[in-house]
Design a protein around this ligand. Structure first.
Ligand SMILES: [Zn+2]
Length: 179
């Protein structure tokens, strides 16, 4: 992606914040999410998680990364969310046209090694099908010992073309030893 026309934004955003603070009225919100809900979603710039789900400030934890992947750090956040701040429900939100569908794990890693001399110690976690990747994420949540509350885990794919979320059915896990 070309860098020529880039101008940093942060000064503008700090000005925006002074306007935000002038009409701020959220000072009484509690640290524990009032809906006792945690959402894990992709960092995609087209997804306003609050707007998509009709959430308000103070209602839910939002954990985001590239792809909305269940990484060790997402487990860490969800563990704290459940044990310290009382959440009991997890909603996974992946989406169509994700950047991770456009990257080849091996090629990306080889380029990183060539550019930096360092092999990344994390997986890129690229995927082809966002629905299948939601199922993968649900399996990881079900298997981790660090989450005690797994009765209310549901997964969705946000369709960037129409703004709707489509629920991913929890299909049986194929046995690697089947057949
Ligand atoms: Zn994405």
């Amino acid at each position: 992606m070309a860098d020529e026309a880039f101008t940093p934004n942060t000064d503008d955003l700090v000005v925006n914040n002074t306007r935000f603070a002038e009409r701020f009225d959220g000072g009484d919100l509690q640290v524990a999410p009032s809906r006792r809900l945690a959402v894990v979603s992709c960092m995609d710039s087209r997804m306003d998680t609050f707007q998509i789900l009709g959430l308000a400030n103070g209602e839910a934890h939002i954990v985001r990364n590239a792809g909305g992947i269940i990484t060790d750090d997402v487990i860490r956040s969800l563990c704290l969310s459940q044990r310290l701040l009382g959440t009991r429900e997890i909603l996974l939100l992946h989406h169509t046209d994700c950047g991770l569908q456009k990257v080849d794990e091996d090629v990306f890693k080889a380029e990183l090694v060539a550019d930096t001399g360092m092999k990344p110690w994390w997986a890129i976690e690229s995927f082809d099908d966002p629905y299948e990747d939601v199922r993968q994420s649900m399996r990881r949540l079900m298997l981790t010992p660090f989450l005690a509350h797994k009765d209310n885990i549901r997964g969705f794919v946000y369709e960037v073309a129409d703004g709707r979320v489509y629920e991913v059915g929890s299909e049986p896990i194929a046995s690697p030893h089947a057949g």
